[in-house]
Design a protein around this ligand. Structure first.
Ligand code: PRP
Length: 192
């Protein structure tokens, strides 16, 4: 699906899962939906979960702006013990919200919902800070990887349960700058 493009990472990509154009179109579609749903809310508070969601946050916030929806941006960084959040739900906050979110209408911006454990913890955390409402927009979701059901109201693409990189998503901190989402060739893993 789509072209892989010619740059340093081209040779490492086996296949593109979501193209740059698909991301752009879907981001606009999600922004239209959310702007309509929040038309009664003067300012939506977007909470980006670093680092993976940073590309989507930047594009999504601007798409909402084009729809006439005012937003404020907040960023959180959390570290799960191990690769992902544990089933105990224990995560460490590396960077907390800068402001009080009590009474605010929060939309959590995620790049991907994999097991759902990160979001499950996060939604409880945001609720505990007395937000007026909280919903999630996630560009990608892996339905076959889910371990805990989390209410994700706005989803861009359901993708297969394969390791993906690009558009914020990394492998060993690399490939985040790819403009599309793709799958790495097996030999890339063998190199590390
Ligand atoms: C990824 C992604 C989500 C989380 C999803 O972050 O950005 O936050 O994992 O996985 P889950 O549904 O299984 O909890 P990661 O921990 O890889 O950190 P990063 O965004 O800084 O790369």
């Amino acid at each position: 699906m789509g072209e892989v493009g010619g740059t340093w990472f081209t040779d490492d990509i086996e296949r593109v899962i979501v193209t740059e154009e698909q991301i752009r179109e879907k981001t606009e579609e999600l922004a239209r939906k959310i702007a309509a749903d929040y038309s009664h809310v003067p300012t939506v508070l977007l909470v980006c979960i670093l680092k993976g969601a940073v590309m989507f946050m930047a594009d999504f916030a601007r798409a909402l702006g084009r729809e006439g929806q005012a937003v404020e941006l907040e960023f959180m960084a959390i570290s799960s013990y191990g690769q992902h959040a544990t089933s105990s739900g224990v995560v460490r906050i590396l960077k907390d919200l800068d402001r009080d979110i009590a009474g605010r209408h929060v939309v959590v911006v995620e790049d991907i919902v994999d097991s759902g454990l990160t979001l499950s913890w996060l939604l409880k955390y945001v609720a505990s800070r007395s937000a007026a409402s909280v919903e999630v927009v996630a560009l990608l979701r892996k339905p076959d990887a889910i371990k805990v059901q989390v209410p994700v109201k706005y989803v861009g693409f359901d993708i297969p349960n394969e390791f993906v990189v690009g558009y914020g998503l990394d492998f060993a901190e690399r490939y985040r700058e790819l403009p599309y989402v793709g799958i790495l060739k097996p030999e890339v893993y063998a190199r590390v």
